[in-house]
Design a binder for this molecule. Structure first.
Ligand SMILES: Cc1ncc(COP(=O)(O)O)c(C=O)c1O
Length: 383
């Protein structure tokens, strides 16, 4: 049987056809007015999506490269930072800090729960040495959304800078960088931006640039200062090293699509798809893992008793063509995750719900085929 491949993971996501087509264009040289004009316009338009007036730097890297740069450019050896984590990606901040000899006060909530902004306030008040607070907008490993607005209001009243990993959230769920006082916002390519993996995008506030001036940690390729110099030296933007020319062209096309649909409309689409997914899973008798503050980018679901979580994800992918994600770290095998992020529509959700129903039934889980899809359709087609 032929099944189309559908990428319903929380990154990489599917790529729209016109974005794919950009990669097939001949490579142009990056030190030309032609490329630099595209880059200059793109960087200006990205500000509308980050909702910031700050400059945005682009590095050819996975999102983690952008995260690493937010430690190496802001901190010095022995500095204290606070990491507010609710999962695997939040914990990555502490791992990076450790690698650079930075002391991380690690505040981690039980996975499936959300970070408490008041706890961030308490810890900041108790430790005035904290130079920066690092957290995650959409914690992909658990499906939780963090209240960045509340944390931003708290951190803004202190000398510390707020650094947000918005890699899997930006462009899908609200992230109001300036209004929420997020000083450093790191985004990735392969999520809300709907392009293949390989770009890290970083918005940096004046407060963060001031902090960066004090930083003595080693940096070269990921030096923000070098990147900013190239950006600003002339009227047209430039990069210190060879940029990912084709990915930049793809990003320019995806940004065109994002502006065409509109940011608010995109947030609403993600909210609808997420709600339909959640309601469908509950209609099948499944329990949501991130019940409290679920992210509209990804839905995480407990694997029910008697079902093999690994086999569930593998069968849906290998037999029915739909790639979901399993659990990570300590919840591996215990949950599965459905990404409804980026280039995803109603039919993707319905197909995914139908596949989950079918494979649950194949694993002898008591399910009535059609209950999940009916519940999803009710949300999708009556609103
Ligand atoms: C919230 C979050 N942070 C960081 C990352 C890491 O991004 P990358 O794999 O591009 O380094 C991911 C990727 O899944 C993510 O979802």
């Amino acid at each position: 049987m032929l099944y189309k491949n559908r990428l319903m993971t929380p990154g990489p996501t599917e790529v729209p056809p016109t974005v794919l087509a950009e990669a097939a264009k001949p490579v142009i040289h990056h030190r030309t007015p032609q490329f630099r004009k595209i880059l200059t316009e793109l960087l200006a338009q990205l500000k509308e999506i980050f909702l910031t007036s700050n400059d945005i730097l682009v590095f050819p890297a996975a999102g983690t490269g952008g995260m690493e740069s937010a430690v190496s450019n802001l901190c010095s050896p022995g500095d204290h930072i606070l990491v507010a984590s609710c999962g695997n990606f939040g914990n990555r901040w502490t791992d990076i800090a450790k690698a650079f000899g930075v002391t991380s006060e690690h505040y981690e909530v039980e996975w499936g729960q959300a970070v408490d902004p008041q706890e961030v306030a308490k810890r900041l008040a108790a430790n005035p040495k904290i130079k920066a607070v690092y957290t995650t907008l959409s914690e992909t490993s658990t499906g939780i959304e963090t209240d960045i607005q509340a944390i931003g209001e708290i951190v803004a009243k202190t000398p510390a800078v707020l650094v947000v990993d918005a890699i899997s959230g930006l462009g899908a769920i609200p992230m109001k960088s300036d209004a929420w006082h997020a000083d450093v916002v790191v985004a990735g390519a392969q999520k809300g931006f709907m392009i293949p993996p390989g770009l890290a995008l970083i918005a940096i506030s004046d407060k963060a640039w001031d902090a960066a001036k004090q930083s003595t940690l080693p940096k070269f390729y990921f030096s923000w200062e070098k990147a900013r110099k190239s950006l600003k030296a002339e009227a047209l933007a430039d990069t210190p090293y060879t940029p990912s020319v084709s990915l930049i062209l793809q990003l320019a096309e995806s940004v065109r699509l994002i502006r065409q649909e509109g940011l608010e409309a995109i947030w609403q689409r993600h909210a609808r798809l997420a709600r339909a997914t959640r309601v469908a899973m509950e209609a099948l008798g499944l329990k949501l893992f991130a019940a409290a503050q679920p992210s509209n980018a990804v839905t995480s679901i407990w694997v029910p008793e008697g079902v093999d979580g690994g086999k569930l994800v593998k069968t849906i992918r290998d037999v029915y063509g739909i790639t979901l994600a399993g659990g990570q770290g300590k919840i591996k095998g215990k949950i599965f995750r459905i990404g409804h992020l980026g280039y995803a529509d109603d039919w993707d959700v319905i197909a995914t719900v139908a596949a989950v129903e079918r494979v649950l039934a194949e694993q002898n889980y008591s399910v009535h085929l059609g209950d999940g899809t009916a519940a999803a359709e009710k949300i999708l087609f009556q609103s």
